[in-house]
Write a protein that binds this ligand. Sequence first.
Ligand code: PDD
Length: 287
Amino acid sequence: MSRIVFLNGSFLPIEEAKVPFMDRGFMFGDGIYEGVAILEGHLVDNDAHLERLERSLREVRIANPYTRAEWTALEEELARRNNLSEGFIYFQVTRGVAERDFMFPDNATPTVAMFTQAKSIVNAPAAETGIAVITVPDLRWQRRDIKSINLLAQVLAKQAAKEAGAQEAWMVENGFVTEGGSSSAFIVTRQGRIVVRPLSNAILPGITRQSLLALSQAEGIPLEERLFTVEEAYDAAEAFLTSASNFVLPIVSIDGRTIGSGKPGPVTRKLRETYIRMAASPHRDNA
Ligand code: PDD
């Protein structure tokens, strides 16, 4: 079966999906994106992702081409056409095609592109072993709350991680961890308290992060929203990341230092299990 993508109103084989040379996404990175997990055929936290999409578009003043119901129908149709029951649905909106000029074009129509990636999120080996992260300086702009397609700083950060034998980079500003290259960053203190950075322009408001806050409350695990330093992370009992494409993933080393026992910790395991149970439940399907 050929891989089917969505481009500007049409479902078509990926080989036929062409974006014009002067698209502002290509020229300026002038666009935003979203990514939603699909598990057992259900879109996970879809409503919250679409709400963030709406906000990102508003903040950069690109018109939202679809209603929430229309976006959802497109996601479901794309998943259906690709026979996707577990994986990731990516969608991006750019300001459209116009002669290269920095200011907004008068009459451009936003470019909408969507594709799917099959992925075993639940049975990922990394969930059993845990992953390694390194820390790098956070080189990004000051509106990280917008899910911009400008990802060069994250590309460099994650490539540095790969070259160091790690699977994610934690970005650091003024000594404090902001977030991962493509994930939210958490630690668990030796007192068993979850610590996560509060929302601001310094980080993306992770949708999985938000679900995890609700989950930890329901589980009665104490949680603090505050800044934490790299040193505090080295000394933590556990560390983990969250993202739509990985759910909850244990971290067992940071900059080569072993975290806790060097194995996925009990709090992380519990949260991962609980999150997966919730994500797989049709009651969570926001469609
Ligand atoms: N990344 N922080 C950053 C910088 C991210 O890029 C992401 C998501 C997150 C986690 O957000 P959420 O839980 O809503 O996925 C945090 C996606 C998965 C990506 O770029 O592929």
